[in-house]
Design a protein. Structure first.
Length: 141
């Protein structure tokens, strides 16, 4: 187990831009605000999305295209450092017009409307490096 204690910094309420991508918007915000560590949640509505399921055997993401509009029921994630810059990792639960949900790792999500709550964390940031056992970029210190 790798544990890092960080102090809470700013708490930001952000209305994300219509037509933009959820992951890109949070990444740009982190860069612009100099946020190297953080935790966030997002809720709202998307016009389309791409989510993914990580196959633990093949070490590859299986992508799932969500071509219809969806409620962004829940999106949680974090910001840490990968390859020298802030990196956003987010998972989502999306609901269709019948209320049926599906979820996974968020690759892209085109925003209809979305509200972000981002907590900045201060201190030595976690850094992601490739982990050979899982094939994932995990926190390594
Ligand atoms: Zn993920």
């Amino acid at each position: 187990m790798l544990v890092r204690e960080l102090k809470q910094g700013r708490s930001l309420f952000v209305r994300l831009d219509h037509g933009a991508d959820v992951v890109n918007q949070i990444s740009e915000l982190a860069v612009d605000e100099g946020i190297h560590s953080g935790a966030f949640s997002v809720l709202g509505s998307l016009t389309q999305a791409k989510i993914a399921f990580y196959d633990q055997e093949s070490h590859e993401y299986k992508e799932i295209a969500v071509k219809e509009t969806a409620e962004l029921v829940s999106c949680t994630g974090n910001v840490s450092i990968r390859e020298g810059r802030p990196f956003v990792h987010a998972h989502v639960v999306l609901a269709d017009s019948c209320g049926k949900t599906r979820g996974g790792h968020l690759v892209h999500g085109k925003i209809f409307a979305a509200e972000l709550f981002l907590i900045e964390l201060l201190g030595e940031p976690m850094v992601r490096e490739i982990d050979q056992r899982t094939g994932l970029y995990l926190w390594s210190g």
